[in-house]
Write a protein that binds this ligand. Structure first.
Ligand SMILES: COc1cc(C(=O)O)cc(C(=O)O)c1
Ligand SMILES: [Mn+2]
Length: 340
């Protein structure tokens, strides 16, 4: 029987949902406001994801999520606080709610150890404090890795100010999942119309830019064992990889790009893994496997933003060897996220 572990599964807790609802009516310039208003402050459920019970934490898990997982044969969800996590909040609120969310997530994983694993949140605003919460999340709470929703106040992980976070993840041998949020204030320009702020386009631009900044910034020379996970079939980076590598290599020669110890292709190959979340396209999946190696690709649903059954049907119908199927559906997730 094929074990199915879904690796980009969103959840929330009432305290975070309430704080996001307040943010929806705040003067924030963040482009996430469109989404947050649609989910947390809509008169009716205009989010388009169906009833957003998932904001209720354990109640949702027991009443809505687990029954569907049982019905569709999904063994595990790797849970993480839904985007944009705590990153729209001020530093103190972010630290407090990240810690609370981690405690709640650990409770869920303890109650259902064969059904849920979890990625810990932290407040990137205070990198040294974040590193302490990361250590607590792994060593005390037994969580499985970390979740960050791309930028924080327009700053990205290639900025040395955040390197205590990268140092902690590398030292703890735990992966950081870079999940989308709407583009930062300096990137959002033409992404503010036609719904392009969202998963339709802007999310991929935001995370893809984040990943390239880390590689071109030489982050992995400093943290050679650091593992980063990006979803949505690698946010198109695998498709662009030949071109990113060629153009960066040439730019380094002429002093247009920062000199790095290794090439962009080597960094993406060795320091990144991807999931299939929200890209149920067999051609894209076959390309990613052939480009990166099956050991770097994991199945995900992206629940509740993607319905569960189509994502299960997609991976069960995908033409691959049995060895590939086991790697995609559970083997890689067990290795990368330390799932028993
Ligand atoms: C936090 O809100 C989200 C919205 C959507 C969307 O489909 O609009 C997708 C994701 C996601 O990919 O996780 C998240
Ligand atoms: Mn997602």
């Amino acid at each position: 029987e094929l074990r199915l572990i879904a690796t980009e599964e969103a959840w929330s807790i009432p305290e975070v949902a309430e704080e996001l609802r307040k943010t929806a009516n705040s003067p924030t310039q963040s482009l996430d406001k469109l989404l947050v208003k649609g989910i947390y402050d809509a008169p009716s459920d205009t989010s388009g994801y169906g009833k957003l019970d998932f904001l209720s934490g354990l109640k949702d898990i027991e009443e809505h999520r687990l029954p569907q997982m049982d019905e569709f044969g999904v063994d595990m969800h790797l849970l993480a606080l839904t985007a944009p996590g705590v990153q729209m909040f001020d530093a103190d609120t972010a630290m407090e709610l990240a810690s609370l969310a981690n405690d709640r997530l650990a409770e869920v994983c303890r109650k259902y150890p064969t059904r849920f694993a979890g990625l810990a949140s932290f407040a990137p605003h205070s990198p040294k404090r974040a590193a302490k919460e990361m250590e607590r999340a792994i060593n005390d709470l037994g969580l499985n890795g970390f979740m960050i929703n791309s930028h924080t106040n327009g700053e990205y992980l290639d900025d040395p100010k955040f390197w205590p976070i990268l140092e902690a993840a590398e030292a703890l041998d735990r992966c950081i999942y870079i999940h989308p949020r709407a583009a930062s204030d300096t990137l959002k320009g033409p992404l503010q119309d036609y719904g392009m702020d969202s998963a339709m386009w802007g999310y991929g631009v935001e995370v893809g830019t984040h990943a390239v900044r880390m590689m071109a910034g030489g982050v992995f020379d400093h943290f050679p064992k650091l593992k980063i996970c990006i979803g949505h079939m690698g946010e198109a980076v695998p498709f662009w990889l030949w071109r990113i590598n060629f153009m960066n290599s040439r730019a380094q020669v002429v002093g247009r790009a920062k000199k790095t110890g290794r090439s962009m292709a080597e960094y993406f190959q060795d320091n990144f893994v991807i999931t299939t979340s929200g890209v149920e396209d067999p051609l894209a999946l076959r390309y990613a496997i052939d480009k990166l190696g099956v050991q770097n690709v994991m199945w995900a649903i992206d629940y509740p933003y993607q319905p569960m059954k189509p994502a299960v049907d997609f991976i069960e119908a995908f033409e691959c060897t049995e060895e590939e199927r086991h790697a995609l559906c559970h083997g890689n997730a067990e290795r990368i996220f330390h799932i028993d």
